[in-house]
Design a protein around this ligand. Structure first.
Ligand code: SF4
Ligand code: SF4
Length: 315
């Protein structure tokens, strides 16, 4: 698909843009968070990015139960209950593009988690940020799962590539191969997550099995000419057993890779679950100790796989 083809998706949904990031690719980068994911990991730190459509976020502590928003919702998704608390029927709420419910809320108790943006507008922001990256920087598309909006992602990556901007994506890999294949010519780096090697455990934690993920990892290892970095979000008592880690090593050996980046569990996204009125199921899982992380690093390195923890990446 080229710029002469008018079929590309000229708009997409994003839920954040972060400038000056130094952990998700070489140099200083602009991270763009695309909405929508095919997984639903219980430790996810960006739950507002699971749906492509933006979700209503509600800060109960700021709500004075004035009821202004209730009559403004044409879908009747809002009501005040007997205790004077706002009730949001999330099955009805559509995450409107210009939501009337927000305009009458003077305490900022309501906001939308994301917004639609055109390729043109986003590219303007990228061009503006470019002056701050220095020599090695660029953009990283993340999410959510950036390959769930493949045409939008493709157009952004293509423009950047043509302008000699370094491009990277962070993917969970659980998307049709075609979505990944089409962006490869415009990509320099791919960060690819492996969550668990056992199909059943993967399904338990993410709502999806891992067959497509592993198949895509195999195909990328063969066909992608840029840098492919596998990542393992490390969740104690879920995927840190020696059995699972040895399976990761075997898989990397099978596909001819010898590097892994471990991302230790954190709970920084917990408050967003409150705003979305969802339970955070990651709470019972403890953050891994430094000693545990050192042991895991030695296990990988002892098997010939270079292992980097968190931000101590090789770039
Ligand atoms: S986002 Fe739209 S549907 Fe949802 S509560 Fe607001 S106005 Fe109603
Ligand atoms: S308008 Fe804002 S403060 Fe008033 S009830 Fe709605 S959310 Fe609460």
């Amino acid at each position: 698909m080229t710029s002469n083809n008018n079929n590309y998706q000229s708009k997409g949904t994003i839920f954040d843009i972060q400038g000056l990031s130094v952990h998700d690719g070489p140099g200083c980068r602009t991270l763009i968070f695309l909405g929508g994911c095919t997984l639903n990991c219980f430790w996810c730190s960006n739950p507002e990015g699971i749906n492509v459509k933006p979700s209503l976020m509600y800060a109960e502590a700021k709500c004075i139960a004035c009821g202004n928003c209730v009559g403004k919702c044409s879908q009747h998704a809002l009501s005040l209950n007997e205790e004077g608390k706002l009730n949001i029927v999330r099955e009805i709420c559509r995450g409107c593009d210009s939501p009337d419910c927000l305009t009458e809320c003077y305490t900022d108790a309501l906001r939308l988690s994301g917004y639609e943006i055109s390729v043109e507008k986003l590219y303007e922001i990228i061009r503006r940020d470019r002056q701050f990256w220095g020599r090695d920087g660029g953009i990283t598309l993340t999410g959510g799962e950036p390959m769930l909006q493949p045409d939008f992602a493709l157009e952004i990556l293509r423009r950047c590539h043509e302008d000699y901007i370094h491009t990277a994506i962070e993917t969970c890999g659980n998307v049709p191969w075609k979505n990944l294949q089409e962006v490869l010519p415009f990509l320099d780096w791919i960060f690819f997550d492996l969550k668990h090697m056992d199909y059943g455990r993967h399904h338990y934690a993410t709502n999806s099995g891992n067959s497509l993920i592993l198949e895509n990892a195999r195909r990328l290892s063969k066909s992608f000419e840029g840098r492919l970095i596998f990542r393992l979000p490390l969740i104690p008592d879920f995927n840190d057993s020696e059995e699972n880690l040895n399976s990761v090593i075997s898989f990397l050996n099978e596909i001819g890779r010898n590097e892994i980046n471990i991302l230790p569990l954190h709970h920084l996204g917990r408050e967003k679950y409150q705003l979305l009125q969802r339970d955070y199921l990651g709470s019972p899982y403890l953050i891994p100790s430094n000693e545990k992380l050192r042991t895991i690093r030695e296990l990988f390195r002892g098997s010939g796989v270079d292992c980097f923890i968190g931000g101590e990446t090789p770039f």
